[in-house]
Design a protein around this ligand. Structure first.
Ligand code: KG4
Ligand code: ZN
Length: 345
């Protein structure tokens, strides 16, 4: 069983090997929408209320009881401290009550591991393009049970954050990613050419696999302001499509480059932004041209859920990795390269 509470989704998933048995998610997103972003304290309280019922729902969906579990995994970080503590506390209680081993795992590795539920074992090494609300990283996955290294990352905003901020500029609801995705389907992606961060020759030397989306967000804001100053309407669908294109262009270009330059022939997409339809299409086109295999989970498994944590836990058990010490802490800024917390602190 995997428990996820790093942000605003209370997720409980159950897997057997790489087979998905249950994926129960309770979201507090509606409670945050009017603030235009996740309010940590509201999220923590919502997790507290949803935790036990969501565990029960997952068990019911899988037609199992607590006594059937062989292990429990929980997101130990990174994420919102108070939110993480609810999941970690619950997981410890369930582990003690059932006597099964407990694994404190990394949310980001779980975003990669979830792909095993749909596409089977991950060929190693693989390049992981991890794009969520808090991270945009290119990861080298040599061993999903313990050796993942970051080749590059955003030096400012995460990709999902850029989607959410630009959605706000366009008057679209929170979280903006899915709304931009939808609007962009009706828009012209060549309507404006927004800047591609860190792709100039000098940046490619220092920041070869890094991203920057803050300049892009500012460019969109300025474009919208100028348009409004002229008293003209903002073509929301076109701006959404052009912005989305700029993000997806850089993400896919750099992920393919990293794969080629490291002699790796598999790329995995993971994280909430991996649900983006244009990112999936463009990545597939470019991977095919480069002779690289592209893998990604279905959109529902890209955004936060408990199945991804269960998938990673199951992989760790199969790989013979030792469980975590019962007194491990929730770590809001957990190192992206730490897959799971060891049996010693
Ligand atoms: O992985 P995730 O569910 O939570 C974090 O770990 O942060 O990612 C959430 C992010 C949000 O910024 C959301 O707007 C974005 O993923 N997102 C999308 C799409 N679906 C979710 N961005 C672009 N297109 C989508 N279809
Ligand atoms: Zn996530």
């Amino acid at each position: 069983m995997g428990i996820e509470t790093s942000c605003d989704e209370t997720g409980v998933g159950i897997v057997r090997g790489t087979e998905l048995l249950a994926d129960a998610v309770a979201s507090s997103v509606d409670e945050h929408a009017r603030f235009g972003g996740v309010v940590p304290e509201v999220a923590s309280r919502a997790h507290l209320e949803a935790m036990v019922p969501t565990v029960q729902r997952a068990l019911d969906d899988a037609d199992l009881t607590l006594a059937d579990l062989d292990g429990i995994a929980v997101t130990a970080g990174p994420g919102l401290a108070g939110a993480l503590m609810v999941g970690v506390g619950a997981a410890k209680a369930y582990s003690i009550a059932t006597g099964v081993p407990l694994y404190g795992v990394n949310h980001l590795s779980a975003h990669i591991a979830v792909d095993t539920l749909e596409n089977g074992p991950i060929p190693e090494p693989a390049i992981g393009l991890l794009v969520s609300g808090g991270h945009s990283s290119i990861m080298m996955v040599e061993d999903l049970a313990g050796k993942v290294t970051q080749l590059g990352a955003s030096i400012d905003d995460a990709a999902g954050e850029a989607f959410d901020k630009v959605a706000r500029l366009l008057g679209l609801p929170f979280p903006g990613g899915p709304y931009i995705d939808r609007a962009a389907k009706e828009g012209d992606r060549a309507y404006v050419r927004f800047p591609r961060g860190l792709t100039a020759a000098k940046d490619m030397e220092r920041h070869r696999y890094d991203f920057s989306f803050s300049g892009l967000k500012t460019a969109v804001a300025r474009w919208i302001e100028a348009r409004r100053a002229e008293g003209e309407d903002v073509p929301v669908n076109d701006v959404a499509a052009a912005f989305q294109e700029a993000v997806c262009d850089v993400l896919t270009r750099k992920a393919i480059l990293a794969a080629k330059e490291h002699g790796v022939d598999t790329i995995l997409l993971g994280g909430g932004v991996a649900a983006n339809s244009r990112l999936r299409t463009l990545a597939a086109e470019r991977a095919e041209e480069a002779g690289i295999t592209l893998r990604h989970p279905r959109p529902k498994l890209c955004t936060d859920n408990g199945a991804m944590v269960a998938a990673l836990g199951s992989h760790l058990v199969a790989a013979g990795v030792a469980p975590s010490r019962i007194d491990f802490p929730a770590n809001s800024s957990m190192d992206i390269e730490v897959v799971s917390l060891a049996d010693r602190l």
